[in-house]
Write a protein that binds this ligand. Structure first.
Ligand code: UDP
Length: 313
């Protein structure tokens, strides 16, 4: 049995992680300031004897009274509309927040895993993206608040490993979707499903030819646990589904699954929107024996069922 601290534990990925640890009888301290997280995501665990919620902004220092075996650092706005609306908060949580989370791991002698992102590759010139690719990031564009915060958090994590010997892990997360996303999150899968369910127009940014590779949240979380439980993997590991789709292809799948007649409308492409993204998951396959199993149509079906329940509430 392990005692884990999950920053951002009330968010989309964080709340799935809370559940995964509680399901294997670990204890969880969930730390979240609820800026983009949602109390409803952790409500199912509130009465669980192994669960504690600490409402706190990790950009400010904090301590954990109980023993800690692992820290999972998942606190950050992660949807482009969120981090563009919260630019300073995003930079603070990636830098100061990660420092404070690393300090918890260092002082408790705990393992540390931090959530990095495919955004460290920027608008990639190498395709698909292996972990060895250093990226193509605009350091002063609007997305830089997220990209550079995450790049800094990777550098800081490696420095804590090299300087203090903290047992660190870096996971680069590619587009992930599933239940517990907010209906108003702003990311493409939730937008399209909610629009299709409500019979609203599907908003295609640009001409819809840009690509993403979408991983269902259950696969993603299984990858996080495999990385956390592995030994000696301090270099970054891509965890994502390598099946690549254009945004127009995604819209078609969503319309079919939801059986919706929503029309497509075209809106301007956000600044610095990556034109292509697809993980090279050779490292995860070889070192962790991990690969995703839920494919897009099935994942969209499960996610649409979740949003259908949300909207009817
Ligand atoms: N996108 C879109 N319509 C939407 C939301 C997003 O066409 O309603 C596009 C967006 O421009 C990007 C892709 O879908 O090319 C993925 O966007 P998302 O915000 O989900 O994540 P990103 O990969 O950009 O961080």
């Amino acid at each position: 049995m392990a005692r884990v601290v999950i920053t951002g534990g009330a968010g989309f990925l964080g709340s799935h992680l809370c559940k995964a640890f509680l399901d294997r009888d670990d204890t969880v301290v969930c730390v979240d300031n609820l800026v983009t997280g949602d109390r409803a995501n952790i409500a199912p665990f509130a009465a669980h004897p192994g669960f504690r919620f600490l409402e706190h902004d990790i950009s400010e220092p904090f301590s954990i009274a109980e023993p800690v075996d692992a820290v999972l650092n998942f606190a950050s706005p992660a949807s482009p509309p969120d981090y563009l609306a919260l630019p300073i908060e995003t930079l603070r949580v990636g830098s100061l927040g990660t420092t404070h989370a690393l300090e918890i791991a260092r002082t408790h002698g705990a393992r540390f895993l931090t959530a990095s992102t495919s955004e460290v590759y920027g608008d990639p010139l190498v395709h698909p993206q292996p972990e060895s690719y250093w990226g193509h990031v605009n350091p002063v564009g609007p997305r830089s608040v997220y990209d550079e915060a995450k790049r800094f958090s990777e550098a800081l994590t490696m420095a804590y490993h090299r300087t203090y010997g903290v047992d660190t892990r870096l996971v680069r997360i590619f587009n992930t979707y599933g239940p517990q996303m907010r209906a108003g999150d702003g990311r493409v899968v939730s937008n399209f499903i909610v629009q299709a369910l409500q019979g609203q127009p599907i908003t295609i940014y640009g001409d819809g030819s840009q690509t993403r590779s979408f991983c269902y949240v259950e696969d993603e979380v299984r990858g996080f646990l495999a990385l956390l439980d592995s030994d000696g993997i301090h270099d970054p590991v891509n965890i994502g589904n390598p099946n690549e789709f254009t945004i127009l292809e995604l819209a078609k799948v969503v319309l079919e699954v939801v059986n919706s007649a929503s029309e497509l409308v075209y809106e301007p492409l956000p600044e610095d929107d990556p034109t292509q993204r697809k993980p090279d998951i050779t490292r995860a396959r070889e070192l962790l024996g991990w690969e995703p199993v839920v494919q897009l149509r099935e994942g969209v079906e499960r996610t649409a069922a979740f949003f259908a329940r949300q909207i009817n509430l």
